[in-house]
Design a protein around this ligand. Sequence first.
Ligand code: SF4
Length: 407
Amino acid sequence: MSAGGAEAFASAFRYLGIDARVVPDGDERTYERAARYTSGDECLPARVTIGDFLKVIEQPGFDPSRTAFFMPTAGGPCRFGQYSPFMRQVLDNLGYEDVLVVSPTSADGYRGLGGNARPLLRLGWWGLVASDALRKLLHVFRPYETEPGAADRAHEAALRDFCETMADRSVPFSGKLDQLVGSMERARDLFRAVPADFSRETMLIGVVGEIYCRLDTFSNEDLIRRLEPFGAQAWLSDITEWVHYTDRENVKNLRRRGRTVSVDMFAALVKSRIQHGDERRLLAPVKGEFAGVEEPHDIGEVLELGEPYLPWTGALGEMALSVGKAVYLHRKGADGIIDISPFTCMNGIVSEAIYPRLAADLGGIPIRSFYFDGTQTDLENDLGIFMELVRNYNRKKTRRRAMRAAV
Ligand code: SF4
């Protein structure tokens, strides 16, 4: 989850009376702590999350009997399902058998969340939608700001406002969405007040890849912030696309199992409908700011675009989304595409194998995979070379992007 998404999710917990806090930001100690309990073969997100959890244990006043770590889990083809058992093992080895690892999973309807499951899932969804939108506003405004730091300050203020609004227990659940829509209106006004020059020329760079690494600025060495000085505007794939994708997979699997007419199918369709409706309401105040970088109406559109390269009926997970989204971004006039993945990530490896054919079919659009393993790389140099390719492609490309009106 992104830092903003985690903040919003923790606020949703607090609204329900649970004292939730986000783990400390990643730093050198994160890798240093993780290295004591990992072999180096683990995926980078596993090392970062374990390192950050261990930093929590070292905080003054840490009380094992009053602490639980929240680490959702999932089945599926890759190693994500191992994170939670691994965390459990590390805690047990350290003598913290009392510390809970709460690992809800979609496979059992999130029963692990107990009676809070329903409100938490809906509040959490609002938090994800809003934090995605606020980050996207940051990426839309920051490349054009004329006062350095103004867009970051607007983002911080808007996220703080949203989280405080979310955690405000004076408003009943029935009025919470309206209250949060008000926060999104204030967020729009904060960003509109950022001094900006939208007549500046930028290259539009789509960013896809493994969810954790592409969203966690610590893990990806703040790639987008370092890309912008080269004259780039980034369009980062958000986390809500993953939720829409898993909803769609759920429906697909129910059909496959012959349960097209069933209570579970009815529940899945109602849930999806409510999620889409809530999303529209929350995003209504900021929708106008996303001219030229509109998300697809339906995640099925992304999957269909990737179908000739990686059929989504057989290839599961982020790889299907990354490949399909790359085609979608090209259609929206992107000048280049970056895939951010952890080193040895199977999703990243499969996608990278497909990108050369994809690029050839899409008029030579530059597509570059960046892998991260927690060691320093010469990122600036690589980004500079990539942006040279991007500018060359921009001069000859035929699909132009829709630009936001200069103000
Ligand atoms: S998506 Fe990649 S990084 Fe994430 S758990 Fe799976 S293999 Fe590891």
